[in-house]
Design a protein around this ligand. Structure first.
Ligand code: NAD
Length: 499
């Protein structure tokens, strides 16, 4: 059984967003036949992988991490060619695989945990209750293009340590690096434990999420796709974990002190990865008292951002990953301008930027925008940031909570009590204080969305909750004990005892 499922395949092309005429590589457009092969392999491998025990699974994962370590540089170059981000950003993405494999290998004892509840005498006086963490079976991990490797392993690693076998569906925009990595790691794991099925979401993805032998779906992507995936998984009642889109608000309170360090954090938080991270800052609400000073400093600092090809070491942000993404960014800017907003373009192009060809957008700061503008209510996924003035904490909280999203948010102030009061009222999975970017959520922090931004939490032991089921084994010392309702049946006697 090959780890990259193949057969009578059609192929898709991946092009470089910085040089769209350059074909980076081709990927198999897998269909139902390849999906069947991968799921059958995962189903066959599952009992032995589950019964191996988490300690031995951890050993296999550490061996896989060694292989992943050796591939980081090659994968990073491939990622930059596929999605346009800088080599530094791509190295962080590719390096996530080994880091997460080791991090979850370290959680082996938690993955296999059995909890004896009979030690609670108040609740279980005459009962033994054993709660076991058990694996689900074969699962599918579906990854988006913006951070395909890190986000795939954010789900692959906890599933492997939990004892599940995993079929990976890479994104069609950037399938090459993730497919190559999974294929390499599959070769050092027992056969069928990890497979990869590249292909279209609506074909390979949908066939996996609806497959009766797949017991868990671990999806990271957009909200509308998430809805389709939920529908598809519902037919066979699968366990589903969803990391969906974000429209993160940053709220700068009147008690904040506006200075370069603070504003730089928000420039990085909104512009990093060209605005294509789920928890980039996507709307900034600033108390009117600070508004003008904040906007001037933000535009000034963003003016130093260098935009160009991701392979160029002088570049801070690369092109957008797709032509569609670039066209949408241009449309959002033009729409806001036409509605009377103030549009300020910052940053400069590096010599490496082929501006007429690549999917480039310079950092753009928009003020004076209506609260119901598309840029405010939807996820822009580009380096275009609206900054909005507010007059009271209540107004800022209502605005921050006024969308379908609830992934992350941040509150900015030197008065911690004030920041905490506001943070408690914001509807999102995470609220950061005085920071809002990659690295703010670590493995000890539960990460995920509320409202339409997701289901479940990832990171550390929180991930294990999605990757396992709890199996309660309840043993009564005396079956005739006074369980509720048993008296009703006391008249039942065997014929021999009544004669
Ligand atoms: P997308 O929803 O278009 O695609 C995500 C994945 O789903 C791809 O692999 C795609 O092939 C697959 N897919 C598409 N249709 C499918 C279907 N019908 N059935 C099964 N799979 C299907 O998202 P994208 O454009 O790749 O990624 C960007 C989105 O992901 C943004 O909204 C971003 O905020 C979100 N995201 C969220 C997180 C998070 O942790 N919450 C992290 C990264 C990205």
């Amino acid at each position: 059984m090959p780890s990259v499922c193949g057969g009578d395949l059609h192929f898709g092309e991946v092009t470089n967003p910085a040089r769209p005429r350059e074909v980076v590589g081709r990927f198999a457009r897998s269909g139902r036949a390849e999906v069947e092969l991968a799921v059958a392999a995962g189903k066959q491998a599952f009992p032995a992988w589950r019964d191996l025990g988490a300690g031995k699974r951890a050993k296999c994962m550490r061996a896989a991490a060694e292989v992943a370590d050796g591939l980081v540089d090659d994968l990073a170059s491939l990622l930059t060619a596929e999605v346009g981000k800088t080599l530094g950003e791509s190295r962080g993405d590719a390096g996530g695989a080994a880091r997460l494999l080791r991090e979850f290998a370290d959680l082996a004892s938690a993955a296999d945990r059995e909890t004896d509840l009979s030690s609670d005498p108040a609740s279980y006086a005459a009962t033994d209750v054993l709660v076991r963490r058990v694996a689900l079976g074969p699962v599918v991990v579906i990854s988006p293009w913006n951070t395909p490797i890190h986000l795939a392993f954010n789900a692959i690693a906890p599933n492997l340590i939990a004892g599940n076998t995993v079929v990976v569906k890479p994104p069609e925009v950037a399938p090459l690096a993730l497919t190559a990595l999974v294929a390499a790691l599959a070769a050092v794991l027992p056969e069928g434990v990890l497979t990869v099925v590249p292909g279209e979401g609506a074909v390979a993805g949908a066939a996996l999420t609806s497959h009766p032998d797949i017991r868990g779906v671990f999806f990271t992507g957009g909200i509308s796709t998430g809805r389709e995936v939920l529908k598809s998984a519902s037919e066979t009642i699968k366990k589903v974990a969803m990391e969906l889109g974000g429209n993160d608000a940053a709220v700068v309170l009147d008690s904040a002190v506006i200075n370069e360090d603070m504003v730089r954090e928000l420039v990085v938080g909104s512009m990093g990865c060209a605005g294509q991270i789920c928890f980039n800052v996507k709307r900034i609400y600033v108390h009117r008292k600070h508004f003008d000073a904040f906007v001037e400093l933000f535009v000034d600092l963003a003016g130093h951002i260098v935009v160009g090809e991701g392979t160029d070491a002088s570049v801070d942000i690369g092109p957008l990953a797709t032509e569609e993404g670039r066209n949408r960014a241009v449309r959002l800017i033009e729409q806001a301008r036409a509605a009377g907003a103030d549009v300020r373009v910052a940053g400069t192009y590096a010599d490496s930027a082929r501006v007429d060809e690549g999917h480039y957008v310079l950092p753009t700061i928009i003020t004076g925008i209506a609260p119901d503008d598309e840029l405010i209510l939807t996820e822009q996924f580009c380096p275009v940031i609206p900054i909005i003035a507010f007059d009271s904490d209540d107004d800022a909280i209502a605005a921050a909570n006024g969308t379908e999203f609830g992934l992350a948010s941040s509150v900015w102030s030197t008065d911690v009590e004030h920041a905490m009061r506001v943070a408690r009222q914001i509807e999102s999975g995470s609220t950061f204080i005085n920071v809002h970017r990659l690295g703010a959520s670590v493995s000890s922090t539960p990460f995920g969305g509320v409202k339409h931004s997701g289901l479940g939490r990832t990171h550390g032991e929180y991930s294990l909750l999605s990757c396992t089921e709890e199996h309660a084994i309840v043993r009564f010392a005396d079956p005739a004990r006074d369980l509720p309702g048993i008296a009703r049946w006391n008249h039942l006697r065997s014929s021999s005892s009544t004669s």
